[in-house]
Design a binder for this molecule. Structure first.
Ligand SMILES: [Fe+2]
Length: 200
């Protein structure tokens, strides 16, 4: 991620496109066209599922708003495989060309403030940042367990977070930063991710 250029933008999409979304089929088609790596596909689907569940259950948003959260999660890394040096810029421009709701585009743009230079503003922005970091970490922790997500407990995840050699590529600094922006206990956030993510 070190070669990624900041986006050098603060405004994304056109407010006139508010409410315009891709259907689930269109979004999955884009994902399958742009991303070949199964591991990355799964990561994107996991973040999408977390975003949608959170929107419905914790924010008590309606189905159409939760679909926007799902879309942002599903597509946030769509350009990572094909355009690693232009990660985030390419998918943002694609969604702008397709006249997609600016909230979704801003959310994708703010999923890595240290890399893209865009601060998470809305709750949706803050949650994608937190989920992106922690989802990948927890999946890495599940993969080394014989029973994967079964009986995985929060304490073991917290312990691994304090072990720098485990999933060393996952930035603990980013995780701390993401968590500090949401008003929710980290233990409960990890529990939520373990529960939802194992279904994906
Ligand atoms: Fe991601």
């Amino acid at each position: 991620m070190e070669t990624i250029q900041p986006l050098n933008r603060t405004s994304f999409g056109n407010p006139a496109n508010t409410g315009k979304v891709l259907s689930a089929e269109e979004a999955l088609q884009l994902l399958y066209q742009w991303v070949e790596n199964d591991r990355l596909r799964l990561h994107m689907k996991q973040v999408a599922a977390l975003m949608k569940s959170w929107a419905l259950e914790k924010e008590e948003l309606d189905e159409s708003t939760a679909h926007k959260w799902w879309l942002a999660g599903l597509l946030h890394d769509a350009d990572w495989e094909k355009y690693p040096d232009d990660h985030c810029r390419v998918i943002i421009e694609e969604l702008e060309r397709r006249n997609i709701d600016p909230e979704i585009i801003h959310c994708i743009a703010s999923h890595g403030p240290r890399h893209f230079g865009v601060e998470p503003q809305s709750k949706m922005d803050k949650m994608i940042y937190a989920f992106d970091e922690l989802s990948g970490f927890i999946h890495a922790a599940a993969l080394i367990r014989p029973n994967r997500y079964e009986e995985m407990d929060v304490k073991s995840v917290l312990k691994k977070l304090k072990t720098p050699s485990f999933a060393a590529q996952v930035s603990r600094e980013d995780i701390q930063d993401a968590i500090s922006r949401i008003n929710y206990p980290v233990e409960d956030l990890i529990t939520f991710i373990i529960e939802k993510q194992k279904e994906v």
